[in-house]
Write a protein that binds this ligand. Structure first.
Ligand SMILES: Cc1cc2nc3c(=O)[nH]c(=O)nc-3n(C[C@H](O)[C@H](O)[C@H](O)COP(=O)(O)O)c2cc1C
Length: 192
């Protein structure tokens, strides 16, 4: 892609960096949702990869980022296609997250999906609470990962009543039900 950038870490900073185990455990303390980033391969085959490094970037224009390993097969396909969809997984979809992180050759063989109205990209409607379709507007290589910035050209929330799939310290979780939230709030209030 034209304008692809590379983040350079100066040697004196590289020499001062914490080790991988420390960095993993520190970053693992930060909870996230789980997304499946989908696109189409050169022959039109649906491709998708589980990604928790997904982040909102800008409101005007509406930009988001996904950060994928440089060796990801889906990364190269989505940069080539210049388009992708971020499917924000709903709760109880650990299996979908595992499927799209697995070494299974055709992940879509056991996934329920439909083509998006813009370009027919794979949409995991039954597995997600919302989706955003993006055009690639920036690619930044950063260490062993690549940050892809997308401009949202379509998307919506599928069901407001559904909660998200959460991920923290390599474990899946769910957003507390309304009753649990009230109980927690009342307990905190009682504790002063
Ligand atoms: C919960 C979860 C979150 C993940 N988040 C990311 C991520 O943010 N970036 C990434 O590159 N890989 C992430 N992975 C790992 C990829 O999904 C996995 O390495 C996948 O097999 C890569 O597939 P590909 O080479 O077909 O793109 C995650 C896996 C799981 C289970």
């Amino acid at each position: 892609m034209r304008g692809r950038q590379d983040v350079r870490v100066p040697p004196e900073v590289a020499g001062a960096c914490v080790d991988g185990t420390t960095f993993r455990s520190v970053m693992g303390a930060f909870p996230s949702g789980v997304t499946v980033v989908t696109t189409l391969g050169t022959g039109g085959a649906p491709l998708g990869v589980t990604c928790s490094a997904t982040c909102s970037v800008s409101l005007d224009p509406p930009l988001l980022l996904v950060c994928l390993n440089r060796n990801s097969r889906v990364l190269s396909a989505l940069v080539d296609r210049g388009q992708f969809i971020v499917n924000f997984l709903r709760d109880s979809r650990e299996n979908t997250s595992s499927l799209f992180a697995s070494s299974t050759a055709d992940r879509f063989a056991s996934a329920v999906w439909e083509p998006s109205r813009r370009g027919g990209l794979p949409l995991l409607v039954a597995d997600s609470i919302a989706h955003a379709q993006c055009e690639v507007v920036g690619v930044i290589d950063a260490g062993d990962h690549t940050i892809v910035i997308g401009a949202a050209v379509d998307g919506n929330v599928h069901d407001d009543a559904l909660g998200p799939l959460l991920y923290w310290r390599r474990r899946y979780g769910r957003w507390p039900a309304e009753d649990d939230t009230r109980t927690i709030a009342l307990t905190l209030a009682a504790e002063g």
